[in-house]
Design a protein around this ligand. Structure first.
Ligand code: BGC
Length: 324
């Protein structure tokens, strides 16, 4: 593949800081870049129908031999021995050319080429939302109110997916009401709350909550905001955090309200494919919103700017067609 664009996310920054990630065996470095848009330069003939010249997004994770991995669900790997391009045990795509198993390439329609670099973070949001609804198949469930904690790219994309599904969405972050993130939430019909002005405990109750800040205390607090039969999906990466809380009350609340808290990581190909469908609808219903999430685009020689986000950045991108 010839790289067109690379998106940068919090995981890349954690890897740079040494907090996460693993170089491939026999390599003393790791090429970053798990969010990628590329053109196929060469491909053997294949049943997936991938051809030279196709615009593609590669998925991130590659399977091991476990039951789930062998059945197309490497995002549900049983052993933890999976690999992830640019994160764990495999080099990423942030170089002029790269190689991927072609069974993990998702073809991108030409009309989505300018926003498709958002497909990988969208796949993570797609999985969280899909799994929440799937779990709730256990009962009659007609969610009305949703809460999204965090308005990074995955948070904003989650708000979009929930608005497409007709939910009344509140999003909480720490930027002011006139920030781009806040304006985007309002533009797509959500309500933005600046959590530094207003505690989340006063926001009422929600049927569905997606926690994407990675702040453990917020995740614990969010569980107490669930309506009866509600579901809380955790999508953050949490650091060790000792807390004193009344766990008797929390468990009692979970039991008496039939509540669920679950975690969701990564995304298999199915969620990239559903992301493409949702992108088409988003482009019609909320034109310009996906594109306005690109707050910084630099050429490869200015890569360090892309990996140094400022507080108002949403998505930084390295564009390999840009010379500087
Ligand atoms: C990526 C996922 C990956 C996760 C944990 C996220 O940034 O989007 O694909 O599974 O990090 O490594």
């Amino acid at each position: 593949m010839r790289t067109s664009k690379i998106g940068i996310c919090g995981t890349d920054l954690e890897i740079i800081q040494g907090g996460y990630g693993e170089a491939p065996p026999n390599s003393d470095y790791l090429v970053l870049g798990h969010e990628c848009l590329a053109t196929v330069e060469d491909a053997p003939s294949n049943s997936a129908g991938i051809e030279k010249g196709d615009l593609v997004v590669p998925t991130v994770r590659r399977p091991d031999g476990c039951l789930n991995c062998q059945n197309g669900e490497s995002d549900m790997c049983l052993t933890g021995q999976y690999k992830e391009h640019g994160i764990k045990g495999l080099h990423g795509f942030c170089s002029e050319y790269s190689v991927s198993d072609l069974n993990y390439l998702v073809r991108i329609p030409a009309e989505l080429s300018d926003v498709a670099i958002l497909l990988e973070p969208t796949s993570v949001a797609e999985k969280g939302v899909f799994q929440s609804f799937k779990i709730q198949d256990r009962m009659i469930w007609k969610p009305q109110k949703a809460l999204v904690l965090g308005t990074g790219p995955v948070g904003l994309l989650t708000v979009l997916l929930l608005r497409l599904r007709g939910l009344d969405v509140t999003a909480v972050a720490t930027r002011p009401k006139d920030s781009l993130k806040a304006r985007l939430v309002e533009k797509i019909g959500g309500t933005y709350v600046n959590g530094t002005d207003q505690p989340i405990s006063g926001l009422g109750r929600f049927d569905l909550i997606l926690e994407e800040t990675g702040v453990a205390s917020l995740a614990a607090e969010a569980q107490g905001l669930l309506n009866n039969n509600g579901v809380l999906c955790l999508l953050g990466i949490y650091r060790p955090n000792l807390a004193t809380q009344d766990i008797g009350h929390s468990y009692d609340d979970i039991v008496l309200g039939n509540k669920i808290t679950f975690g969701s990581v990564n995304a298999n190909k199915r969620y990239f494919v559903s992301g493409i469908q949702d992108f088409k609808t988003i482009q019609q219903k909320f034109p310009g919103v996906l594109k306005s999430m690109f707050t910084k685009t630099v050429g490869p020689s200015n890569y360090s700017q892309a990996y140094s986000p400022t507080k108002d950045d949403i998505k930084s991108v390295i564009d390999f067609q840009k010379l500087n």
